[in-house]
Design a protein around this ligand. Sequence first.
Ligand code: HSE
Length: 291
Amino acid sequence: MVTVRAPATSANLGSGFDVFGVALSKPADVVTVEKAAETMIEVLGVGNQYIPEDPEKNTVGAVAEALDAPAHIKINKGVRPASGLGSSAASAAAAAVALDELYGRGHSREELVPIAAEGEAVVSGDAHEDNVAPALLGGFTIAREGGVTCVDASIPLVVCLPDIVVSTRDARAVVPDGARMDELVETVGHAATLTTGMHRNDPALVGEGLYDSVVTPARAELIEGYEAVRKAAFDAGATGVTISGAGPGVLATCHPGARRRIGAAMIDAFDAAGIDARVYQTAIGNGARIL
Ligand code: HSE
């Protein structure tokens, strides 16, 4: 039997759509696997009622198939599904590490990235790697064709999770088909600023680099109260604010000591829009870990 904890993640970071991601120090999923003749999945924890246990439809079923590693798989969800916090990626990453260990496959974490991404494809119809890469490797990751780059960064983060559901499929359906040259130039500037900020552990540069005028505004329409929450976070001292992954979670970066104030302001702003929300005072954290 092998048990693995894999963290929630925040993908895109505004300017790095489908490329950037960070591992969060909390929350996390915990997955336990035992060898079996056929894969069986049991899901417990937060939002378990929304997650299919059929291996054909569950993110970890695809991972077991890809690793040729049938098992009884117990998923204890700490990351709410459809939150923008990489819920399916946390389960997929944890299962990939656990099954690889159980069957002694000997894959590196980098090699497990495309395998765990197969699980993402089951959920969103697209095998993007920007959530599974940080869930496996930790830190700030840049997932592009040809490989993943990982930076060990330390930035205080606040994630505010409203009590509304936005599916990744719906959020991908509103992404514009293309971008103008001036938008492309602006995005490269912000993505480079963010990457430099991660290398320097500089919350101001990272916050500035979260800005994106292409994908984020289209998706903000799906999150009631988003503009008010964004403004409240900035007013409370955030250095940057964007949608976490496909939403509806909202991510803010800040200097040390500001998380509590920013979290309270974000909750109040959602509350004023009639929406319950919870907040995680978190930080860039480690990748999946065998317990
Ligand atoms: N990059 C993905 C998206 C992450 O924003 O659609 C969500 O799975």
